[in-house]
Design a protein around this ligand. Structure first.
Ligand code: PNS
Length: 160
């Protein structure tokens, strides 16, 4: 039986920290769906389509990974895709409370769904999409934090 995991998130934008978690995750499962959540209550910087296109560029050649979007509940998306594992990255203790609540809620909604937490490479533990957006907004160099295509997309958006 093939094991499918979902790595859900906003990915606004994808960072090298996310890429690191994706490369670690795919070693553990047969199929990994990197899933951009459509959240009507958030105002993203990049459109869902742009985020997926950037992921596909950054992850080209990584076997077993699919980039998709979903709306509604993650638990329902997992059921619809026969996924039994949710992957989330844990960078610091500050991430823990929210992640713990989310894992328990997801299990309440789908009791076959297990959440696993992976720790990114040490030099990426400080990275977050919101910090990358902030650095890019003020013209800082984000090239060591994101794939070149993501850096280009950010520069384009902020040049407008
Ligand atoms: O990258 P983020 O913003 O921390 O990701 C949060 C995300 C998208 C994983 C979470 O908000 C989510 O799963 N949203 C989908 C809706 C849902 O299922 N909510 C209940 C989860 S407890």
């Amino acid at each position: 039986m093939k094991r499918t995991a979902i790595y859900p998130g906003s990915f606004d934008p994808l960072t090298k920290g996310h890429e690191d978690i994706i490369r670690r995750s795919i070693k553990l499962v047969d199929r990994l769906i990197v899933a951009v959540a459509i959240n009507p209550s958030k105002q993203p910087l990049l459109s869902v389509d742009a985020r997926i296109a950037l992921m596909e560029t950054a992850l080209a050649g990584v076997e077993g990974v699919e980039c998709r979007s979903f709306d509604g509940l993650l638990a329902d998306f997992a059921r619809a895709n026969d996924a039994t594992v949710v992957v989330r990255g844990l960078r610091a203790v500050s991430d823990f409370e929210f992640e713990f609540q989310m894992a328990l809620m997801n299990r309440k909604l789908h009791d076959e769904l297990e959440t696993i937490f992976l720790v990114p490479a040490l030099n990426q533990t400080f990275l977050s999409s919101s910090l990358v957006r902030e650095v890019a907004r003020f013209g800082g160099d984000v090239s060591s934090f994101v794939h070149p295509a993501v850096a280009e997309a950010l520069a384009e958006v902020y040049a407008k």
